[in-house]
Write a protein that binds this ligand. Structure first.
Ligand code: CP
Ligand code: NVA
Length: 302
């Protein structure tokens, strides 16, 4: 089993992962850090782009579950000198038990999965960030005590994190409202799949309109990794899509503010909103650890 897209998971599987993650979180808060579940198992991680949360949370997760982890940058592997992903996939499959990869192109991850005989986890691509969505769903569940019927308003670039969240919403019954400028819409494929699953996905251009009565306000950077050359244009195009106090005001009183991090305050979110009582940004980041532990157990334990 792989996790390449959030759409790979069923509702029951997502519920199972969230339940397990909550159990592991509680246990960790009570001081239990060392488990033996993944003793003798090794996770390799390949990073074609930088990472703080994904890298550290997966490393800590493997250590605390009793397994081993090897973290590799693309350029220190032969991949950086042109070795193909298909041979890399076969070689890795004979050394380690699972591989997590963060890559520029989603197709790189799909190709790795095609040739690997071990589970492959998408640690972010240009198209999706399913591990982030698992932690996000866990966070919303903790805060709102439910997922079905929750109104999520995404403001800003309809990017990889947004695409996976749309999938997460479709699978769990949340309603997804997106406000973005023309040309920054989420991936057509994700929206189509979600709608086919009966999810209400509404895409508009006005941030205040989509934020009305929202239970969750979510944003992400205006310039994702790999888009640095378009930086100035993106900042200009997205300037009216900032998660600020005006948006919080039109949302529900108990709205939660979410962001996958890293944040660029003063751009997609204001410092005030990020550090307000509504913000659950750091809980979200912490939940990456618990949700990924649950995922690793599901993929590797049996
Ligand atoms: N949210 C997230 O994936 O963060 P990193 O880029 O630091 O891994
Ligand atoms: N959309 C961002 C997410 C970073 C975790 C990016 O791809 O850079």
């Amino acid at each position: 089993m792989n996790l390449i897209s959030i759409f790979d998971l069923s509702h029951a599987e997502i519920e199972e992962i969230i339940e397990k993650a909550k159990e592991l979180k509680k246990e960790r808060k009570e001081g239990v850090r060392a488990r033996n579940d993944l003793k003798g198992k090794t996770l390799a991680m390949i990073f074609e782009k930088p990472s703080t949360r994904t890298r550290v949370s997966f490393e800590v997760a493997m250590h605390e579950l009793g397994g081993n982890v090897i973290s590799l940058n693309w350029n220190e592997l032969q991949l950086g000198r042109g070795e193909r992903i298909r041979e890399t996939a076969k070689v890795f499959s004979s050394y380690v038990d699972a591989v997590m990869i963060r890559a520029y192109r989603h197709s790189t991850i799909e190709e790795l999965a095609k040739y690997a005989s071990i589970p492959v986890i998408n640690g972010l691509s240009d198209l999706e960030h399913p591990c982030q969505t698992l932690a996000d769903l866990m966070t919303i569940m903790e805060q709102k005590k439910k997922l079905a019927g929750v109104k999520v308003a995404w403001v800003g670039d309809g990017n990889n994190v947004c695409n996976s969240l749309i999938g997460g919403a479709a699978i769990t019954g949340m309603d997804m409202f997106v406000a973005c400028p023309k040309g920054y819409e989420p991936a057509k494929g994700a929206v189509k799949k979600a709608k086919r699953m009966g999810c209400e996905v509404v895409i508009g251009n006005n941030a205040e309109e989509v934020a009305v009565d929202a239970d969750v306000l979510y944003t992400d950077v205006w310039v994702s990794m790999g888009e640095e050359e378009e930086s100035e244009k993106r900042k200009r195009d997205l300037k009216d899509y900032q998660l600020n106090e005006d948006l919080v005001r039109v949302a529900k009183e108990d709205v939660i503010v979410m962001h996958c991090m890293p944040v660029h305050t003063g751009e997609e979110i204001t410092e005030e909103v990020m550090s307000s009582a509504n913000s659950v940004i750091f809980e979200q980041a912490e939940n990456r650890l618990h949700a990924q532990k649950a995922l690793l157990l599901k993929l590797l334990k049996y």
